[in-house]
Design a protein around this ligand. Structure first.
Ligand SMILES: NC(=O)C1=CN([C@@H]2O[C@H](COP(=O)(O)OP(=O)(O)OC[C@H]3O[C@@H](n4cnc5c(N)ncnc54)[C@H](OP(=O)(O)O)[C@@H]3O)[C@@H](O)[C@H]2O)C=CC1
Ligand SMILES: CC(=O)C(=O)O
Ligand SMILES: [Mg+2]
Length: 779
């Protein structure tokens, strides 16, 4: 019976994940990518420049000198991700149409990790020569070609032909990307285990695209062909087999025809899996030499699971291709950065020197101190070089500014670069800039929350969007949601929307079960408000209201933060928070702030929510509250006090409020980077600020915090940015309350509820010292 339930539960979770993956791809504009113009194309004049007649000029320049195609078109930053769908991940030959989500996914990774644009090209052709002809004809379009998920042995021939015939870099990622990453991981693992690559004994499951490229690169790093034993579907590769090409033959010399994987594994130093899931047993791992290295890299299921391998041996260094275990050896660590370096020096190919430079850069990076942003992104306190960290993490922002320059330099030194880089520091800076902070910030917020999940009360829990957000928060282990409302109603809303609430606490404040709590809370509420117009009866009645009950939970420590407001108006939701929780010591008035994730990076806007016409003193308070919250996101606040004038250009009372506020802020909080009054365009246009107001302390600082002179301006600005600028908005984040209570906008989406919850958890982390263990115990 119990087993049945477990099976059912796992099945439901599986279904959920499947639905989520399908929803993710289908919602809004179907798929994952779109084309965005990089030039203004608004006026008639713009159009006649972008297209006819203006476009004829660059056409003729390129006709005269073909290299000018890099000057006048997107070619130099455009990679073709090309597949025929014959070996898609570990899914096999599912064809070009079904491979498109993977190729679009690769395009997304290129863009977010290295700012390279991609056209994904799925070709309905399995004949290698015809496939080659099609790709060759695409050369004018692309700056580079990333071949993907094409099956062996055709992939070897296809790549070789294309590399020889094309004058742009071509790389079959499943071969060389995998070889580069696993080589870096291997060198570090050998070092940690005290083994020598020249004498190490290797056993390899798989002799396809990825495996063959790996073993060839290991050989060029010093490994000996005789020390390898390889297996494919037909068993061990031995010298009597007649189906082997030259590359495979050189690794077949030492094996006998009857050798099994189990017998080969005895006393082996390294196991490399690039075949299929679950072909290795714990006994095989136990039979390996002391301090073995196991890279089980088949996707999505490795040759042996991380748990099974590490349970079999304590002295093993274990890696998989998956992101949910330590040591993810996956080609995502390579292709974005290798192509970035190759494109930036206009390399004509990706040669051995460039690959080896990437291996060295990756291996070295794993040994250098890990910045906090990486610890946060992976929900770890301190990541450092060792058996669980042999290779950098994909979200490490240093990958781009480390691997790409190494590859570019190797291209120049090996004579395949058509363009040089002279100023390497400037190049690294440009690379850092390409990354931007926007996506990273959301990842940081998510992972910071995950470090120490908090109990989060949702007051409007009979709403499907709230329930969906709660379920995701719980699944992703970023919060322990507590749902307030009538249990049967919440459960029926959940069931009607396919939401799994298993493990999530539901509390009905009006139920008999909560009578003792209601009494405790109403006594406390009465004590707090008896001289402020609340009688005992009203205090008892208030606890039937979910907002009052929820605030009391936070106030008494029964919860860490509350989120409310989806269906209520603003004052109704803020009132209980102010009456029960109150403001922080020294804070006279609360304020509201929005975080907008814009194309230029994150922007914090305050006050958007509470104070209609603040005085200079109040603006100074709002500035201080906003600055503290920005620091909570691990960012340095760089603050502009906004108005319609610049540094005294108007002496109107409104402008003066902001310049007076600046004087107060500088006096009270001298270390804050803040200036004003200034117009928004000056604050957000660094060149304009530098040219016209070189004295400002915001020159050469990327402004990330905007303080508004009044509520109307702040509220209108954030709504415009959200609606017209397509910025993701998180908020309003209430500033100045003693404990975290946040209020949702009417009609908030699941995504904005989720984001708001992350902010609430981070707020609670800062404001409470409660330990996780106590939290779980209390629920
Ligand atoms: N972590 C990473 O970064 C990467 C992981 N991979 C994963 O590696 C695997 C192989 O990919 P790829 O090389 O592109 O595919 P290929 O189709 O080119 O190669 C697969 C190889 O595995 C062999 N094989 C299949 N079943 C078995 C078995 N039961 N025992 C031993 N060998 C077997 C095949 O044998 P035969 O030659 O006889 O058909 C073939 O040699 C996939 O799971 C893929 O997801 C791939 C690239 C990168
Ligand atoms: C990671 C990858 O490219 C693959 O599994 O095919
Ligand atoms: Mg692949």
């Amino acid at each position: 019976m119990r087993l049945d339930n477990e099976v059912k539960l796992n099945f439901m979770k599986e279904q959920l994940r499947k639905e989520q993956a399908l929803d993710y791809h289908a919602k809004g504009r179907p798929g994952k990518i779109e084309v965005i113009p990089t030039k203004d194309a608004k006026t008639q004049r713009d159009l006649s420049l972008a297209y006819s007649p203006g476009v004829a000029e660059p056409c003729m320049e390129i006709f005269r000198d073909v290299e000018d195609v890099y000057k006048y078109t997107a070619k130099g930053n455009l990679v073709g991700v090309i597949s025929n769908g014959t070996a898609v991940l570990g899914l096999g030959n599912i064809g070009p149409d079904a491979s498109k989500p993977v190729m679009e996914g690769k395009a997304v990774l290129f863009k977010i990790f290295s700012d390279i644009d991609v056209f994904d090209i799925e070709i309905n052709e399995t004949d290698p020569d015809k496939f080659i002809q099609i790709v060759l004809a695409l050369e004018p379009t692309f700056g580079g070609i990333n071949l993907e998920d094409i099956k062996a042995p055709e992939c070897f021939y296809i790549e070789k032909q294309l590399r020889e015939k094309m004058k742009i870099p071509v790389m079959h990622d499943d071969q060389h990307g995998t070889a580069i990453i696993s080589s870096a991981a291997l060198l570090n693992a050998l070092e940690l285990q005290g083994k020598d690559i020249t004498t190490a004994k290797f056993v390899v499951s798989g002799a396809g695209a990825a495996a063959m490229s790996c073993v060839l690169l290991y050989k060029s790093l010093g490994a000996t062909a005789e020390n390898f034993t390889l297996f494919d579907k037909d068993g061990v590769l031995h010298s009597l087999r007649t189906d082997l090409d030259d590359d495979r033959k050189q690794f077949a010399v030492s094996a006998t025809p009857d050798m099994t994987l189990a017998s080969a594994m005895k006393n082996a130093d390294v196991f490399l899996g690039l075949s299929v899931g679950n072909v290795v047993s714990p006994e095989m791992i136990q039979s390996m030499a002391p301090k073995p290295i196991v890279f089980a890299m088949a996707n999505p299921n490795p040759e042996i699971s991380y748990e099974a391998a590490t349970a079999a041996r304590e002295d093993v260094i274990m890696a998989t291709g998956r992101s949910d275990y330590p040591n993810q050896v996956n080609n995502v660590l390579g292709f974005p950065f290798i192509f970035r370096g190759a494109l930036d020096v206009r390399a004509t190919q990706i040669n051995e020197q460039m690959k080896l430079a990437a291996v060295k850069a990756l291996a070295d990076l794993a040994k250098s101190a890990v910045p906090d942003i990486v610890n946060l992104a992976y929900n770890e306190k301190t990541i450092s070089f060792g058996k669980d960290y042999i290779i950098p993490k994909p979200l490490d922002p240093r990958l781009l500014s480390t691997v790409a320059p190494a590859v570019a330099r190797a291209a120049m030194e090996s004579g395949v670069a058509k363009k040089g880089i002279q100023d390497w520091d400037a190049y690294k800076e440009e690379l850092d800039h390409r990354l931007g902070l926007d996506n990273q910030l959301l990842r940081v917020i998510g992972n910071k929350a995950r470090l120490d999940p908090k109990r989060l009360v949702f007051a409007d829990a009979d709403n499907w969007k709230v329930l969906k957000a709660a379920q995701i928060l719980f699944d992703e282990k970023v919060a322990y949601p507590i749902l307030l409302g009538e249990e049967t109603k919440i459960k029926s809303v959940a069931a009607a929307n396919g939401i799994d609430l298993d493990g999530i606490t539901i509390i009905d404040p009006r139920s008999d079960k909560q009578e003792a709590k209601r009494t405790q809370y109403s006594d406390l509420y009465f004590k707090k408000r008896q001289r402020k117009g609340i009688n005992e009866y009203e205090a008892i009645k208030a606890m039937n209201d979910r907002n009052y009950f929820g605030c009391m939970m936070v106030e008494t420590g029964d919860a860490d933060a509350m989120i409310s407001g989806l269906t209520k108006n603003y004052p109704d939701t803020i009132r209980p928070a102010l009456q029960i929780i109150g403001t922080e010591d020294g804070v006279k008035k609360i304020a509201g702030m929005y975080l907008l994730i814009t194309k230029k990076g994150p922007l914090f806007l305050a006050d958007t929510t509470v104070n209609f016409n603040p005085t200079p003193e109040e603006i100074a308070d709002i500035t201080n509250l906003a600055a503290r919250e920005v620091q909570n996101f691990n960012l340095t606040p760089r603050i502009a006090l906004l108005s319609y004038s610049n540094f005294g250009s108007s002496d109107s009372p409104e402008a003066k409020v902001m310049s007076d506020a600046r004087k107060l802020v500088k006096k009270r909080y001298p270390s804050l980077i803040v200036d004003g009054e200034m117009q928004a365009s000056v604050a957000l246009n660094p060149q304009m600020l530098k040219d016209s107001y070189p004295f400002s302390e915001l020159v050469n600082q990327d402004v990330n915090t905007l303080i508004f002179p009044n509520l109307a301006a702040g509220n209108i600005a954030y709504n415009l940015l959200k609606e017209v600028g397509n910025a993701d908005a998180i908020g309003p984040i209430l500033l100045g309350l003693k404990k975290p209570v946040h209020v949702l906008q009417l009609g908030s989406s699941v995504r904005s509820i989720y984001n708001m919850a992350l902010v609430a958890v981070i707020d609670a982390q800062m404001k409470s010292k409660t330990k996780n263990a106590e939290i779980v115990g209390k629920i």
